[in-house]
Design a binder for this molecule. Sequence first.
Ligand code: ADP
Ligand code: MG
Length: 665
Amino acid sequence: MNSVDTVKGIGPKTANILIKSGIKTISDLLTYYPYRFEVIAKSNIKELNEEDRIVIDGVIETIPSIFFFNKKMNKMTFRLNTGEYLLNVSIYNRAFLKSKLLIGTKITVIGKYNKKNNQLVATDIRFSLLPKEPKIEPIYHSIAGITSNQFNQYLGNIIAKANELPVYIPDYLITRYKLIDKASSVQEIHFPTTKEKLNKALNYLKYEELFLFMMKMNYLKMNREELLGIEHKIDYSKVDKFISQLPFKLTEDQLKSVKAIYNDMSSNRVMKRLLQGDVGSGKTVVAIIALYMNYLSGMQGALMAPTEVLAQQHYNNITKILKNTDIKVSLLTGKMKISEQKKVKEEIQKGLANIIIGTHSLINNELKYHNLGIVITDEQQRFGVNQRVLLSKKGEYPDILYLSATPIPRTFAITIYGDMDISSIHTMPSGRKEIITTLYNNNDIKEVLDGMQRELRKGHQIYVIAPLIEESDKIELENVETLKSKIERALGKISKVEMLHGKMSSEEKEAIMNDFKENKIQILISTTVIEVGIDVPNATMIVIFDSYRFGLSQLHQLRGRVGRGDSQSYCILISDREAERLSVMTQTTDGFKISEEDFRLRGSGDIFGTRQSGEIKFKLADMKRDFTILLRAKEDSQEVLNSDEYKNGKYFLLRDLIEKSTHLE
Ligand code: ADP
Ligand code: MG
């Protein structure tokens, strides 16, 4: 379809803004959907509570008076006669409307009702009375000053073109789900008529979104199955021997994961496997075994960590475990001296380095590998899909393993990670004591401090997550400092207390983390969430203030900072709110169960947040709310992909879209 600059009402300047934001064609504009809807219906003032939203119409009674302040601000006030009431209306920064707001003018006002003062703080004034029937208005995200109203106006000028939008969903599915047609759906979402029709439109468009998403996922998966990769030659008896020499016995799930990875690697298909399990469930060891298998087949392997600290930690672990072998492990991070980096890069290129651990620097353009056979990314949710693709492009279709410490129940995982195979580690290594989790009120702080003291006396260390902070950095700082001096007063005699906060440079943070690791600091107060994956086995307690502000999965992640050694560990949740939700944490330590519960209680945000924010964005659909549609879309897309009609080109528009949009991977 034509470019947006051909749309009536859109001048060159606006067109430019739209194009820059990705709305290039009329078709893009038609599919720029509202993110919510507002019902415009007359409020019944008697039923309103303080600060409620109010929609009311009436006649202007007094000449508006304007008050200017702060150079650019102004506040206008006048009196409105609604027929039943006289309301004082005020509105900010609309002085330019004054000439139109004459006594006797009929208007509609939308805003907040201030009952005590019989006042209405308006956000919107319209020059007409309310329609008889309630009206549904679409609200769009504004882009660089283009308002919701403007979007709706532009759309009004092109809505007839909705007929020309490509229809991707095969007819028989439209019939199966009794969907209305696409053009009407697009028309209805921009110009809603009734709730029922709007819901039907939403059904169509959400299903379309999720169907296309699952088509891509399934297509990627099918394609990968056909993609020939490296057929690693691995002598499994050597792997067995390696495993038997580990300082511990692998858990059943670890062994199962190793077997699955071995099968993937030995086959000529490209492996794309997600290994998920709670923090401390032993994913790293499995990753090391994968690297070892890759080494046995004569190839280089790379492990990419999201931060310097984690890369270093992996490097230390791996060199320790491999110390009795000839395997050369190299570390490459952006923080190393240039000369050192150069040396390591040479080792890598010449094939002297067998295993390379690093950060983003592993995907640097100049870096050439000798023969990359496997790529592992740790905490994979922290890398965008492009970064991962870049790393895998470094070799000739190397096998790929993702590690994730955000467990997702299987039904959800096969949907969202539909393009990957999945291994899950459910059980913790044996001998590990379950972390004891207790919920306290802010009033119980004395008890909490006593508990902390007991742990310190045993020579253990403690993490403290500071209370909820305002947005300003200054308040954040004051806040932790107050907490710090409180804790120092109580426990300073037997411990050194330090804090980590957002204002610190990464060097400062790292120095403090290191001191904590070396037990030079016993209590670490942190405003931001502590680095994922940090391993300090001597830390046996984590105290989380205002825990209600976290999702269960996040709390579970935080709790995972402790319980990494042999001693009993504790998680102290402090909160005056949401005790019932938080009590889930005191009942189970199974990350899969917790994420399921989170899903049930809070929606998709936490669970899918990571993947959704990075790479999966839906315009209308919501993973949680629309999960049943997603499951249907998954089945349907599989069915379509396997159908003769699809293969014979009957759905050529759909096929074209899927093949073009998945081209990168
Ligand atoms: P993850 O990467 O899943 O967070 P790690 O692999 O770092 O977990 O394992 C956490 C700790 O448990 C490490 O110190 C590791 O050596 C140890 N560990 C791993 N597997 C086992 C096991 N099967 N038995 C005992 N300890 C184990
Ligand atoms: Mg790990």
